[in-house]
Design a protein around this ligand. Sequence first.
Ligand SMILES: NC(=O)c1ccc[n+]([C@@H]2O[C@H](COP(=O)([O-])OP(=O)(O)OC[C@H]3O[C@@H](n4cnc5c(N)ncnc54)[C@H](OP(=O)(O)O)[C@@H]3O)[C@@H](O)[C@H]2O)c1
Length: 402
Amino acid sequence: MSWSALSCARPRSWGARLAPLASPVRSCLGGVRPRPIVDMSYSRHFLDFQGSSIPTCMKKLVVTKLSANFREAVALRHDVPVPLPGDGDLLVRNRFVGVNASDINYSAGRYDPTVKPPFDTGFEGIGEIVALGLSASAKYTVGQAVAYMRYGAFAEYIIVPSKEAIPVPSVKPEFLTLLVSGTTAYISLKELGKLSEGKTVLVTAAAGGTGQFAVQLSKKAKCNVIGTCSSDEKSDFLKSIGCDHPINYKTENVADVLKKVYPKGVDVVYESVGGKMFDLAVNSLAIKGRLIVIGFISGYQTRTGLQPGYVEMLPAKLLRKSASIQGFFLNHYFSEYKMAMKHLLEMCENRELVCEVDFGDMSPEGKFTGLESVFRAIDYMYMGKNIGKIVVELPHPVNSKL
Ligand SMILES: NC(=O)c1ccc[n+]([C@@H]2O[C@H](COP(=O)([O-])OP(=O)(O)OC[C@H]3O[C@@H](n4cnc5c(N)ncnc54)[C@H](OP(=O)(O)O)[C@@H]3O)[C@@H](O)[C@H]2O)c1
């Protein structure tokens, strides 16, 4: 692929900072009182060296009942103690958290069937370090912007092991779009797509969080890109990011269009919708075509969450074309993750990649602000309204000097 990967990210070295004796903290009840939060033996953690107020309690979303209905499954807790970082940890104050289709698979316990509520939820965030452990201070400092992919992101503060943190130039929501959505498109297309100039690529849910990157990365590999979506506004967005042939499946018959315009079939499918869309994508495969199963969102709200497609005739269909279907789950490709993030961040900073963020400004109740709005944000996604990645902003509840 022409957007071939760069070498692995090398962690940047940051000078250790000494912490003050104590910092003002806001109690759960809102008052400010001093808290002796610094371990003067220097063995554990540095907190709050610039005097930013860290409250003792915070808000967090917690799964209290297994359900794919996020509103039924999840409760907003107001009185959770802000955690203290261990020696190798960062305490990150989240500024933006990402919403993912699989937030409802996670709340239904489908990621790990052995896990029992209550458990934390949310996959990714970006924010500033407000405290850190001694070992972590060898590479990071208070005030630094970091992003991370980690369960429990739907919280005002989160502990991130410094080894897992990703330094970013600033706390911009665009960088957040790369953590799950960007890397999923990047790694899956690189490892399984094997794109080359002139190939035809079909991306389903193309105007969404991960679809937008599948479209752009396929264009960078000089492919002809078709993208499905549900509105003319999304079609316009797809054109603006280089998609050669957006198809609005609400007004056009996707199977008919593909048959007519691409009679030889499509070489690679980046498929994340499932059900009928999966079926028609299989039927549209070219000889030696490949279909990458990225997800099957049309089945997630069902009780079992398992509707990957109509597969009765699948073996015969594949054999006739020597075509293949392969699954991709980001969690199985962590060895590729740092390299992918480094390259994506570079492209984002150099404006070679559009990282579209949807804060829900056009949703009925307006912008997604605060953890309370994660529920609305997930509804908005499942109504198919979003263009780009859905991001929720967490405004700081306290005045910060950071
Ligand atoms: N394998 C992995 O590691 C991995 C990682 C990240 C995401 N994913 C998968 O990628 C897909 C997209 O996830 P995302 O978080 O980036 O979401 P998203 O694309 O930002 O939002 C979901 C979009 O899916 C489309 N959609 C099509 N049929 C739908 C239906 N029946 N119900 C709801 N939406 C429908 C909607 O757009 P249109 O209807 O306009 O197309 C909607 O905007 C999901 O299947 C997800 O599980 C997989």
